[in-house]
Design a protein around this ligand. Sequence first.
Ligand SMILES: [Fe+2]
Ligand SMILES: [Fe+2]
Length: 452
Amino acid sequence: MVIEAVTELSFDYATLDEGHLKFLKTAFKGASAVLVGEDGARTVKVEDLKPLDPIQEITAIPDSLKVAQVVPGLAATLEKRGLLAFKVLETAAAPATHTEAKAEAPPDALAPGTQAAKQRHEAKRVEIKRFLDTIEMANTNREQSSTIIEEMLDAGRAGRFSATPVESVVEDIIRQGSSPAMKAIAGLRGSDQTYAHCTDMAVILQGAYVDILQRSNKEISDANRRFALIAGFMHDIGKSEVPKDILESTQRFAPDSKEMIIMRNHTTYGARILSEMGMPDPTINVAHFHHVKKDDTLLNSYPAVSYGQVLPLTKLASIADVYQALIGRRKYKRNWVPGKAIEYLLSLQGSEFDEKVLGEFIKSMGRYPVGSLLRLSTGDLGFVLELGPDEFPDRPIVAVVENATGEVLGTTVLLDLMMEPDIGVEEVVDHYEHYNESEDQAYQIFQSIRVA
Ligand SMILES: [Fe+2]
Ligand SMILES: [Fe+2]
């Protein structure tokens, strides 16, 4: 087997920080990289790559670098480095198959009720306390961000775009570590407007992006966090060129109506605005292509480009965008609780979204996202504070706030389903129905949770 080209790269290469750049320049010296820009694809030498270059493929690999033999575990090793798919030439010398040793599970492998589960619980308890401490700040950050986005779009309407206020609120969010709590609040409170949508979508996108990098054992820098947050905050900036009466209308427009055509143009407007602002290509790609579906013949896929022009970060952004619309939009219909929105996204895989990216997104959000209200098999009711481990997504850590008889508990009981093998999740409860929605009661209760 000879590797001719790398045809798919993971999210790591969306940011191309110094570490990735160094790896590519060393491992693929002499090869070419195909970059997807606004004017289509262009090819540069790997040695000339710069941070934030949107790499689509690595081609023209010099003969001296082509891997000409099958090494056990090669594909897994390359995948771990973020090189996901290849164009290969089969050679006669290559054996038909090879076997790889399967790692045996260690004796103390994570399973409900084991010592390993107990150790995990102690570590998570510390994280949960830290998370709860950030809720109030996160709520303030969320409101500030929405105001800043509203002001940015208003200034844009007057022809003055500036990224500075957004960059400064992004720095606050990163410094205070409030993004995970902002994400939970997004699911608890919903939102009415374009501005809160951009804020919530940005923290959801950033959470999933950073999680995907972490799962492939990559070191996460503030540059990664900043990059994803800004891409999210800016993804609908083109809506500044959509008249406010269309943007804020509660009416549902027909797909071929004049209003809908104007609305859809927010993607091309956004790409133009961001390139005039000097934003990096991946940020522009997100604004331009976050409504392009995997099946680009679908009526709700726009603008008319092929899916090949959509970067991995944009594919993730398009999922975060739809997910936020489901949990946030009160304008046309009831908003969905996060657990139900996850179920709905699963039904769209294959037609609208890339299955692999959707799988990563769902793994990151969790089967029951943080902030979900669950009925347990004991009849108790509790909010999810921490996801279950990957192998046991149905076993989150829950703060019980109400017992089976409907009595509201004065003190929160923290229940880790990895420590309670006999207790399971009965159902996802709609917190908007269970609590008083107009008083924002679900959020009020959530933010008053304290853990000893
Ligand atoms: Fe959009
Ligand atoms: Fe959006």
